[in-house]
Write a new protein. Structure first.
Length: 332
């Protein structure tokens, strides 16, 4: 994390944030920063009549944070290892989701999960909780939209070994591998797939995303012993994961590279996409786009001469992925 310094201005990388505090990493120290008045004005939410935007004056009201994990920032040192962030430098890329709406009729914002990434690593459990492949498709579309490479990780493989669930999961895994997405099968308990995952993460900045309870934190501990992250078991009654990770943080890897661990989410809303964009974000559909009878005007639903629907019937596109595509369009 290279840092440059002048007499009054310095540069660093945001590696952790919690509420209104930002931990900026420099070559030799960590600076605890707040936001400048200018950046505070970038906190906006929809609350006025007629959709008018109101300025946020309380951090608990904010729904759009101008600073993300991985951002390179310009800050002003204030002494005692503190400072003020003045500017977010241009991002190479970002991974975003739609923010939660604070109330009915309120405006949802683009929420930047992390910036300046090399890859996205969606993490899904083989069981407890059961994998939701439609959620994976959401992550994949978001990554494709921002042109980010993806490496899928499946945890807890030991829970389904030699069961019918193992065959079902491997069939789903092959569906994604055929499209071109690498999938690594892991088990923290059996140390399975960890070396392969370490190689994938080596010298890269990776963001881990996934539902609560899928084992992201356990996987981090297995990959990099000594991180000391808290791990909580999945609630056996509800099957819903407890939120072990309550803030965003980037962890450097001893062998090189960094991992951004994110709080588990139950939903992942897409933002900034049109229905046409969604089709472009399905790699297996791209060769057929524009070949329909109605060209690029085709909705790929019930129109005659649809090349996408024909590709589904011919086996070139998975029926499951096609249905997921239709569902994602409706959810926009």
């Amino acid at each position: 994390m290279q840092t440059q310094t002048t007499d009054t201005i310095a540069y660093g990388v945001v590696y952790k944030k919690n509420l209104s505090q930002y931990h900026v990493h420099t070559n030799d120290q960590v600076i605890l920063c707040s936001l400048s008045a200018k950046l505070w004005k970038d906190f906006e939410y929809s609350g006025g009549k007629g959709g008018r935007k109101k300025r946020v004056t309380n951090t608990r009201d904010k729904h759009m944070d101008p600073v993300a994990i991985g951002d390179r920032v310009r800050y002003q040192p204030a002494g005692d290892d503190t400072g003020m962030i003045l500017e977010v430098l241009p991002r190479q890329n970002k991974l975003t989701r739609q923010s939660a709406k604070p109330m009915p009729g309120a405006h949802a914002f683009e929420q930047v999960i992390a910036a300046n990434l090399d890859q996205v690593v969606p993490v899904f459990a083989a069981a407890n909780p059961e994998p939701r492949w439609h959620m994976l498709d959401r992550y994949l579309v978001a990554a494709e939209h921002h042109r980010l490479p993806v490496r899928i990780a499946i945890t807890k493989m030991d829970l389904i070994q030699n069961t019918p669930a193992e065959s079902d999961l491997l069939e789903a895994v092959e569906r994604y591998r055929r499209i071109g997405y690498p999938v690594t099968l892991t088990s923290s308990q059996q140390m399975m797939g960890l070396e392969e995952l370490r190689d994938i993460l080596l010298e890269k900045t990776s963001v881990l995303v996934g539902k609560s309870g899928v084992g992201k934190t356990s996987l981090l501990n297995a990959i990099e012993p000594g991180l000391g992250l808290r791990v909580q078991t999945v609630n056996q009654t509800t099957g819903k994961g407890r939120h072990t990770t309550t803030h965003l943080e980037m962890f450097p890897l001893a062998a090189g590279g960094a991992i951004i661990d994110t709080p588990g989410v139950r939903e992942f809303g897409l933002i900034g996409l049109t229905p046409e964009d969604v089709a472009e974000c399905f790699p297996e559909m791209r060769p057929f786009l524009g070949q329909c009878h109605f060209g690029h005007s085709c909705n790929h639903e019930e129109e005659p001469g649809c090349a996408i629907r024909q590709a589904v019937m011919d086996g070139a596109i998975s029926p499951y992925r096609y249905k997921s595509y239709l569902r994602l369009k409706v959810d926009l």
